[in-house]
Design a protein around this ligand. Structure first.
Ligand code: PLP
Length: 404
């Protein structure tokens, strides 16, 4: 960390705290939902695609599994391979779907995989049949997302085909909700009512064993109160302590990630001097500028130029001039004299001040998911609170032990 120009601090205790909050919410909603048929609160499959939204999938998965999640969801075989190589033997669900040539890897790594169409079912059946293996699948129903999934009628055919297959086992049935407000949005409610209607039809025809795991809940669904309805949920962004959209204000979750760097140069520029490419900032007074060795390759959004700010000694320093590939320049004229090597915070807390990723999303007209995923490879991931010498799950099936 001392030698890193820029680093991300990943607070794994905060991750565990957030998983505890999610679990408490699911328990409360499962109790309150009269349509919920399970006595058990839903299981959590933590979504850790895209390197756990930039947090580092291996460390996140290890800690989440120790905290009691049922499995990890990723998107690509490469991501799954990384987790298996890191010794993770628990359930891995491949979200989305696969190309035909990926089917052998799915079998080798013992992945569960979404099946969105009859063609994908056939690919998996052929691959599993050839190896005399079984593959567990989650039938994906498109209830309005319009991306992957079988429309309800196709899905009835598909579930029938799966139930007569020798090599493909129906592990789950799932859908994905498009609205950032989940069921607080009418389209979200509509999607889940299409899903419920489909589930009833499939059950009436005897194609859904009680052991089949039903799931729909992403972060927005959980926050909007739909998390307790089915057997399993798939939270991503919420587990990282970040709201899934601008509608949500999180009060009892903790951001897991902070991004920091250190001042690499300090400049004094006279009135009228310009800073950065294209001279988009011109000093209106004699100014002191701190140069930070972090740029858009590291995930500093280009749109923060002359708009964003960082925190140094607990107070804001406005970003001036364009963001470069490797550098960001900030105005520290109003700070007490600073020294080379001092810490600057781009995301996270510094003293009493804080910059949340959702603040940056608002400033850049982006969404937190995008900003998290753009944190670059050069930013070292530093894990805090990782090991405390206990492998005992602290979030038990009975409930979170650290719920507040
Ligand atoms: C990414 C993803 C999720 C998690 O979404 P969040 O909004 O981050 O909670 C859940 N399900 C599927 C299918 C996904 O692709």
């Amino acid at each position: 960390m001392q030698t890193a120009r820029a680093w991300a601090e990943i607070d794994l205790d905060a991750l565990e705290h957030n998983l505890g909050r999610i679990r408490a919410r699911l328990e409360a909603d499962a109790r309150a939902d009269p349509s919920h048929t399970n006595a058990r609160p839903p299981r959590i499959l933590l979504v850790a695609k895209a390197d756990a939204y930039g947090h580092g999938a291996v460390a996140v998965a290890h800690r989440a599994l120790r905290a009691g999640v049922a499995g990890i969801a990723v998107t690509t075989c490469t991501e799954a391979l990384e987790l298996r190589r890191a010794g993770i033997q628990e359930r891995l669900l491949l979200l989305g779907t696969i190309l035909e040539e990926e089917a052998p890897t799915v079998l080798e790594l013992d992945l569960e995989v979404e099946v969105p169409s009859l063609e994908h079912f056939r690919i998996l059946e052929r691959a599993a049949g050839r190896r005399g293996r079984e593959v567990r699948v989650h039938l994906k129903i498109d209830t309005g997302m319009g991306r992957l999934g079988a429309v309800p009628d196709e899905a009835l055919e598909l579930v029938a085909a799966i139930s007569s297959s020798h090599h493909v086992t129906l592990q789950g049935v799932m859908t994905h909700v498009a609205a950032g407000r989940g069921i607080a949005d009418p389209t979200g409610r509509e999607q889940l009512s299409i899903f419920d209607h489909w589930l009833n039809q499939a059950r009436e025809r005897g194609w859904l064993a009680p052991t089949v795991e039903v799931h729909a809940g992403n972060s927005a669904c959980i926050l909007s109160g739909a998390g307790g309805r089915y057997d399993t949920v798939r939270p991503g962004i919420l587990a990282y302590g970040v709201p899934p959209g601008p509608e949500w204000e999180l009060t009892d979750y903790q951001p897991v990630l902070s991004v920091r760097t250190r001042i690499v140069a300090l400049r004094s520029l006279p009135t009228g001097a310009t800073v950065g490419y294209e001279g988009t900032f011109r000093a209106a007074r004699d100014s002191r500028i701190a140069v930070l060795p972090i740029g858009y390759d590291d995930g500093v959004d280009w749109r923060l130029a002359n708009r964003g700010y960082v925190l140094i000694r607990g107070r804001r320093a406005p970003i001036v001039g364009r963001i470069s590939m490797d550098y960001t320049t900030v105005d520290v004229t109003d700070h007490d004299p600073l020294e080379l090597g001092e810490r600057a915070t781009l995301i996270g807390e510094d003293g009493d001040a804080v910059i949340r990723i959702e603040d940056l999303a608002r400033l850049t007209e982006s969404i937190p998911h995008v900003l998290l995923c753009s944190i670059g490879k050069r930013v070292h991931r530093v894990y805090l609170g990782q090991e405390r010498g206990s492998s005992r799950p602290r979030v038990s099936a009975e409930g979170p032990s650290r719920a507040r």
